[in-house]
Design a protein around this ligand. Structure first.
Ligand code: SF4
Ligand code: SF4
Length: 221
């Protein structure tokens, strides 16, 4: 099954994420499915697990198997190091080891959704909007040291959608084209050598970003 599309009002999106957080242990991956032209966050809960019909829709796994599974490049950190907009929901904080964050000291707000109060804690309160769980020196999320499902659900299901894999091969998004009805991403297969080159360039761009941030910081002093 997959999470319904994250669109519409903030309250509606937070409701979907809250329901997804309840079963995030069963998250499988996020796929771009060409025949539906949709990005789907896929979950496989065990039989008997309560799943909200308002938040999830059934999906034949044979449809998903044709899709491109989104991947994140270890060490990239672009989503976390600045202007991250990172947040975590009230029903997820119990999964974060206590020593890592004092949630009662973080800015937060509460939304009322379908009669339920949902608390949202902001994590983007580090320098330049960096997520508090991002380790800039090591270049990664400190929550990666624990089970994957402990991460905020938004971090689990959200991707830049540039990097993907399908049937053990790697792909990158090279453009978006209009097919007469909607905009469709175009993925191109990359060889192992090209992939290595992309990773090297990503590392260089990352170093340039960090140098840029530091120069900006020094200018502002
Ligand atoms: S999702 Fe993409 S941009 Fe974000 S950290 Fe991963 S590779 Fe980098
Ligand atoms: S929790 Fe981890 S993955 Fe999510 S924004 Fe923070 S550092 Fe990035």
């Amino acid at each position: 099954m997959c999470l319904r599309s994250l669109q519409g009002s903030l309250n509606g999106i937070i409701f979907l994420l809250w329901e997804a957080a309840r079963i995030k242990k069963y998250y499988v991956g996020t796929y771009y499915v060409p025949r539906l032209n949709r990005l789907l966050a896929v979950f496989k809960p065990t039989p008997g697990t309560y799943v909200s019909d308002l938040a999830f829709e059934g999906m034949d796994f044979s449809i998903i198997r044709d899709g491109y599974k989104m991947i994140c490049i270890p060490g990239c950190g672009r989503c976390c190091e600045a202007n991250s907009g990172a947040f975590i929901l009230g029903n997820e904080v119990k999964l974060i080891p206590r020593k890592l964050a004092k949630f009662d000291q973080l800015p937060s707000f509460t939304l009322s959704v379908y009669g339920r109060k949902i608390k949202v804690y902001r994590l983007d309160v580090g320098p330049r909007g960096r997520c508090i769980f991002y380790d800039e020196e090591a270049g990664g999320c400190i929550l990666d040291r624990f089970e994957k499902y402990r991460k905020p659900v938004i971090c689990l299901i959200h991707y830049c959608t540039v990097f993907a894999e399908r049937n053990g091969e790697r792909y990158i998004k090279v453009s978006v084209k209009y097919d007469g009805k909607s905009y469709v991403p175009v993925y191109r297969h990359v060889s192992d050598d090209e992939w290595e080159g992309i990773l090297r360039n990503l590392h260089k761009w990352k170093m340039r970003r960090i140098i840029g941030y530091r120069k900006g910081f020094e200018r502002s002093r």
